[in-house]
Design a binder for this molecule. Structure first.
Ligand SMILES: [Fe+2]
Ligand SMILES: [Fe+2]
Length: 483
């Protein structure tokens, strides 16, 4: 194994930030690195630490350098610090400083806000690796195992990216925050991760696919809005992270799609037309569509909570100061200041959900969530095409945004998936039909047996259409190290 503690950063850590000539940051990262490697080694069981995984490694940000595929032992993965190229004469895109040159150093008046946003983003990256730590031992194929690890090492790199910013721009308290990112852990009682969805379990592979589809997509939206930051180093960091994030959502979308495909196929083969004939469908060793819908309901609603309060002065401040933009800020045709604009937000009046105009500045979270909902609907449509093509009568749906919410205006009422406010008791009585219950979880768990022969897949999931890096179907994506 590499001597990871005495790594030569300039050669071992791919970077385009001139690390070798930045002695102060280099030293800080060298001090932080052993803790990171310990964290990694604690998470991933030994058999996988020693296994050779066919991974994509980013060694530079140009098209040729950011997707290099090769077999790597994960602890030796080259976690790089890579920023998208600087855009010449970039300007602050929004808020009261709109049009002024983008900041290359931290603007003092916004230091704390900026640091907090970087820490929150940074906290989610290792959290998801922690949540997914047990999945390796039940992977439905080597292809899927490799995708899991690809997502994991890239979330690790995203942590590096945020830690670099903390070390480089925030001095002693940045260092402390960087240490705390390794101290907190998902689901911990004493020091949990900062956001709710990142303390939930990812107990099975369908959860993993739903998580990468729905929760990584929240990540994408947050990164998109940070990519619009007037603080240029943050913008450049997030822009490059987004190229990797796209693969995570691909893993989620195709993963769920393959589960749906296999279920429909098994139903057809067995001559079962009724998607609600659950016992018979489960007896085929596949996951019935209503249960897939329940998993969707859970992960979608947990992810909606990540957008925070619909009306928020924090969000208004972040936008107004130019620290965080809207989704595709640079393509929106308005004054980018929102001084007089309004935006429609849902609110509750008695037992009705109504639309209300509020100052657009305070509705930044709501707007981002609306963009997210539109974005998330795309894949659901494609899953339904698979069901339709198979000739099964069933439609997956995003539940109403008020359903099963812990944060925001809907957290105070009980809303059914159709968007109707109902009595709490009624909601609780029906919850088992809307969200995965213990029996659903146990059934899915019973299917989670590892398949490690190249080209073979567990019976509950279809093979992918194409291989990673155009590899053939029986490619050995992971060379397992059997101790
Ligand atoms: Fe990430
Ligand atoms: Fe991700």
């Amino acid at each position: 194994m590499l001597d990871l503690i005495n790594v030569s950063y300039d050669t071992q850590i791919p970077n385009n930030v001139g690390l070798s000539s930045d002695k102060r940051v280099l030293k800080a990262l060298e001090k932080w690195h052993p803790g990171y490697i310990n964290w990694w080694n604690d998470l991933i069981p030994d058999r996988f630490q020693q296994s050779l995984v066919y991974l994509r490694t980013a060694v530079s940000v140009d098209p040729k350098g950011w997707a290099k595929f090769d077999y790597v032992k994960m602890p030796e993965y080259r976690w790089g610090v890579l920023l998208a190229p600087q855009v010449e004469d970039r300007r602050i895109p929004c808020g009261e400083h709109a049009g002024q040159p983008a900041w290359q150093e931290v603007p003092g008046e916004y230091r704390n806000m900026l640091k907090r946003l970087i820490v929150i983003q940074g906290d989610t990256e290792p959290a998801s690796v922690e949540q997914q730590r047990f999945l390796g031992s039940t992977a439905p194929s080597l292809y899927d195992l490799r995708n899991l690890f690809q997502v994991n090492v890239e979330e690790g790199r995203h942590l590096w990216a945020m830690v670099y910013l903390l070390h480089k721009y925030f001095g002693a308290d940045g260092r402390e925050e960087a240490d705390d990112l390794l101290r907190r852990s998902s689901g911990s009682d004493e020091a949990p991760r900062m956001l709710g969805a990142f303390n939930e379990e990812t107990p099975d592979w369908l959860s993993f696919f739903m998580f990468t589809y729905f929760t990584d997509r929240d990540g994408k939206m947050q990164l998109e809005s940070l990519a619009q930051s007037g603080f240029d180093p943050l913008s450049r960091t997030c822009r490059f992270m987004l190229t990797e994030e796209a693969h995570h959502m691909f893993v989620g979308e195709t993963g769920v799609g393959r589960v749906v495909e296999r279920t429909c196929q098994a139903m057809k083969e067995a001559g079962i037309d009724d998607p609600y004939d659950i016992d018979r469908i489960r007896a085929l060793g596949v996951i019935d569509l209503p249960t897939i819908q329940k998993k969707l309901n859970l992960h979608y609603t947990l992810s909606l909570d990540l957008f925070g309060q619909e009306v928020s002065t924090n969000a208004a401040n972040a936008f107004n100061s130019g620290i965080k933009g809207r989704y595709m800020e640079n393509r929106i045709d308005d004054d980018h200041r929102l001084s007089d604009a309004t935006y429609q937000v849902r609110n509750i009046k008695g037992d009705q959900i109504v639309m209300e105009d509020v100052p657009a500045l305070t509705a930044i979270n709501m707007r981002l969530r609306d963009d997210y909902v539109r974005d998330a609907a795309g894949g659901v449509g494609r899953w339904n095409k698979i069901i339709e093509k198979a000739g099964v009568q069933f439609e997956l749906k995003l539940p109403h945004e008020g359903f099963h919410r812990q944060i925001g205006i809907f957290s105070t009422v009980s809303v059914d998936p159709e968007g109707k406010i109902i009595p709490k008791e009624e909601w609780q009585a029906k919850a088992k039909d809307w969200l995965p219950n213990k029996a659903d979880g146990d059934f899915i768990q019973s299917l989670m047996v590892p398949v490690t022969e190249p080209g073979k897949f567990a019976g509950w999931i279809a093979a992918p259409k194409v291989g990673i890096d155009n590899k053939p179907g029986d490619f050995e994506y992971v060379k397992l190290h059997m101790a």
